[in-house]
Design a protein around this ligand. Structure first.
Ligand code: PRP
Length: 184
């Protein structure tokens, strides 16, 4: 593990418990994941769907490591219910413009935490009759229960800590950190 970059101005003075995954470690793993995905989808169309906002950094790096033809589109989902407790309901607030029927879809998430987002989104996408739905997440906490769609491509098993950076936020801050840090 790297020493916390206490002088990093991007941290807004917040102290980090530790750097969970540093920049070089992430870069290397994303190269490996790109190779895994390239090998897993040898022929035909592939639509990479990034779930905003959290996946935007990971997705940008990942697609450049997938060495086959593909298209990119995005989803925006919103949980609704109370502000502090997820109701488990997830609806699409931006629907991809791309036709999903018959497509091989690779859904890209930054992190699988409770798994609720993923479960609901995969259910929502499945009724559009894609040829297949594969799921890729940079981080997986492995606490999700009842996931009917297994995460096929996982970057790292994530610690049960509050993680920010490389797309993950706290109150919309820290998404632009090039590493994943655990906040105190
Ligand atoms: C975060 C994260 C995942 C989801 C994981 O998104 O990006 O999409 O929560 O949590 P879950 O497994 O418990 O459902 P968030 O709703 O914070 O939106 P964001 O992507 O815009 O940060």
């Amino acid at each position: 593990m790297s020493a916390p970059p206490v002088s990093d101005p991007r941290l807004l003075g917040r102290e980090v418990l530790r750097i969970a995954f540093d920049e070089a470690t992430i870069r290397q793993r994303v190269v490996e994941m790109g190779a895994e995905i390239t090998a897993a989808y040898p022929e035909g169309d592939l639509l990479v769907l990034g779930l905003l906002k959290g996946s935007f950094v990971f997705l940008a790096d990942l697609v450049r490591q997938i060495h086959r033809p593909l298209h990119v589109d995005f989803l925006v989902a919103s949980s609704y219910g109370t502000d502090t407790v997820s109701s488990g309901n997830v609806r699409l607030v931006y629907d991809p413009e791309t036709e999903l029927a018959g497509q091989h879809i690779l859904l890209v998430e930054d992190i699988v935490d409770s798994g609720r987002t993923l479960q609901k989104l995969a259910d929502t996408l499945r009724v559009r009759n894609p040829a297949s739905i594969g799921i890729c997440a940079l981080l997986h906490k492995h606490i999700a229960e009842h996931l009917s769609h297994p995460v096929r491509f996982v970057g790292f098993d994530a610690p049960h800590e509050f993680l920010v950076g490389y797309g993950l936020d706290h109150a919309e801050n820290f998404r632009h950190l090039p590493y994943v840090a655990s906040l105190k």
